[in-house]
Design a protein around this ligand. Sequence first.
Ligand code: PLP
Length: 458
Amino acid sequence: MIISDILQSGLDEEALCIQLNEVLEKNQIDAIIGIGPVLSRHPHLFAIKSTFYTSTEHFVQQVDVQEFRDETILIKGARTFGFERISNLLAEKIHRTVLEINLDALIHNLNFYRSRINDNVRLMVMVKAAAYGNGSAEIASLLQFNRVDYLAVAYADEGVELRKHGITVPIMVMNVAYQSFGNLVKYNLEPEVYSLAQLDRLISFASTEAKPIKIHVKIDSGMHRLGFEAHEIDALTNLLCASPVVEVASIYSHLAGADEDKHNEFSHTQVQRFLSMADRIQVALGTRPLRHILNSAGILRFPDYQLDMVRLGIGLYGFEANQQAQGELRAVSTLKTVISQIKNIRRGETIGYGRMGLAIHDMQIATIAIGYADGFSRAFSNGKISPMANGQPAPVIGNICMDMCMLDVTGLDVREGDEVIIFGEEPGIKQLADAIGTIPYEILTGISSRVSRVFYTS
Ligand SMILES: *Cc1c(COP(=O)(O)O)cnc(C)c1O
């Protein structure tokens, strides 16, 4: 933990340091860096590993950021200490490309959807694919704190990861391989069941367990991905009725075109098919499991079908697929990097692999520290998008390389070390997606794991 003097605590210096030391020990902080004259005067009052600097300036000059490796650092300082200099310094160290996640914006979006959900309808949040690329454990903790009813992930290991990070909210897992059945029980995860063969194997497994396994029955109402079809419902209910070792927690389905007007009629058909199959299951079981079918777009466009629960996904991260309520949402993620080098290029020279970037006039270019291995797709090559270099749009020139790419910064006010925004408020993720014919989901989930995630509240 990097911490500054605590101003206006009302305690004398020694009492303050003693109390601080207690809090640090109790919370199992491994080491502190104390900054400010007060902390520096009392190093002997700290029992844990500690170093002190009289000012932020002093720290920034003396520290070798290379010393920080595989560490989680909590930075907490009074405003006057200007600790953003420290977070910038550390962020630069971590290969200088970061995905910043604005947690206030995320909560704003959560509350927006909550305001559109009818009373007594539960909320499941989809945190699959590392919470759409934003970082599963961190986002899940925040959602748990904000009392969502359910979380859902695609694979069992994603669920295990959440449990290891102290997530206790019920978790549905959509695609469970036989090999992970053991983990379902060990980590209290609730599988989706989508076929008779899979249910059979789960039942054999569950029969040796002490407690029934909660399952979520997936209905294929027209998406044709996973799920039971109408002709399988009798076999399904027979199996379920004969097997008290599994307990149906919910019955659900997924809409194939919830976000587009042109599919409205099909969406209504899907809902009707779903309800009729769910009814048959409920009647046969004599219980009333939760029923749910709406994703983010559906929540806004089909409020009559919210049923017992809805499944919020992309909306939480700031996109409204149908665009009708886009203005109500805030951008959550900003992908940033820096300019590594600036060069002057003569007319007629070429830039990058395949010599695809041609200087049609004398040109100034900036090489930035992000490439397709970070998730900045090679499809953005040759001017498909203009990241913001020190606040000014600068088109990609030439082909994007694995770890770097070049921007045309001719005539712009830029220097080496300046910040470059790949996406954020401007350009937005939607704009990137449109530029290469994909969807925001793919842009977000494509940011690779070597890009550090930095979470902040404003
Ligand atoms: C991903 C997913 C969702 C969430 O969809 P969004 O469009 O992101 O809201 C809902 N249900 C299922 C089954 C999903 O796989």
